[in-house]
Design a protein around this ligand. Structure first.
Ligand code: Q46
Ligand code: ZN
Ligand code: ZN
Length: 318
């Protein structure tokens, strides 16, 4: 198969776009498309500083690479979750993030090691609450830390590497449960709000997962192939399999599902009514907005982890 633009050998054929491209034209196409999405969805400008949440995986490193190639002022944030479970997942993902940052001296990599800063790794913290999987502890902590670092370091916007497959799997999950509030908030841009939450954007939201894997490979980006060991059984992976089956019968169906959802929501604002906005207060410990009386859920949770851990140490010492 030949490249549509120069007739060299094509390295990728995108059935849904009816487009085959060679290596050089594919890399240029991904970067141009990203630039177009950033502009069309008003994600950020060239003057604004962008913080990219970097996990060491293909999507987040590809995103950082694209933004730097396009000349944006993009730095990275790596959060060390302390997930090992026999796979050394965190060490390996950190090594990839660090290696990328070392090749790009024009950008800064911020690193927050959860155990060092908050007193326990994510799996350790989750064990104190006897939760089977640490994902809710992990998600809450990542959201809080990303927002804190973006605010403290003066970034205008936080960018994550979610691709179309991630977004469509989440959309299917939200639709199956008719989670109105989640459907209302899902999208490529979540504006900053008066509660101090920084703007969040997903510049890769229109790329298929395989398109991002191809980009990372062709750019020679060294990324961690393994998923987090706790993601293996995740429901979203089952949704992805279902959606892949649909896509192979009808190419373009994932993109149509997602874009038509965004369009329907825009055209029919009453379709997903907003709950009355809860009143927000500043957490007395960290200052982030919360609906709680007193400390926010993040600070409460970590205070509890540290006190349970201290009790445990005392008991062991007796
Ligand atoms: S939430 Fe759960 Fe992920 Fe955290 S523990 Fe792993 S799978 S990394 S996106
Ligand atoms: Zn070409
Ligand atoms: Zn707090």
């Amino acid at each position: 198969m030949k490249c549509r633009k120069c007739s060299a050998r094509a390295v990728i054929n995108m059935r849904q776009h009816k487009l085959a491209l060679c290596k050089a034209h594919y890399i240029a196409w991904v970067q141009e498309q990203t630039e177009r999405f950033i502009h069309d969805y008003r994600m950020f400008t060239r003057e604004e500083r962008v913080l990219v949440a970097v996990s060491g995986g293909k999507d987040s490193l590809a995103l950082w690479d694209i933004l730097l190639a396009l000349g944006y002022r993009a730095d990275g944030l790596y959060i060390g979750l302390g997930i090992d479970e026999g796979t050394a997942y965190s060490d390996a993902s950190y090594a990839c993030a660090r290696a990328f940052a070392e090749q790009h001296p024009e950008a800064t990599l911020h690193v927050v090691d959860v155990a060092e800063v908050y007193g326990a790794s994510i799996p350790e913290a989750a064990r104190y609450f006897r939760r089977g999987k640490p994902c809710s502890t992990c998600g809450l902590s990542k959201r809080h830390i990303m927002n804190r670092v973006a605010g403290d370091e003066g970034y205008a916007v936080l960018a994550t590497g979610h691709n179309l497959d991630d977004e469509v799997a989440t959309l299917l999950g939200n639709t199956l449960s008719w989670s109105v509030e989640s459907l209302r908030r899902q999208g490529p841009v979540l504006p900053a709000d008066e509660a101090g939450l920084v703007r969040k954007v997903k510049p890769l939201f229109r790329f298929y997962e395989r398109e991002m894997a191809a980009y990372a490979l062709l750019r020679g980006i060294d990324y961690i192939y393994e998923e987090c060991p706790f993601a293996v059984e995740a429901t979203s992976l089952r949704y992805k399999e279902l959606l892949n089956a649909l896509e192979s019968d009808s190419p373009g169906s994932k993109l149509r599902f997602y874009l038509n959802f965004l369009r329907a929501r825009e055209q029919h604002p009453g379709f997903l009514p907003r709950d009355t906005a809860p009143s927000l207060r500043a957490c007395p410990t960290c200052g982030q907005a919360t609906t709680n009386d007193g400390q926010c859920t993040f600070c409460r949770m970590w205070d509890r982890v540290r006190s349970l851990k201290a009790q445990e140490v005392k008991t062991t010492a007796v």
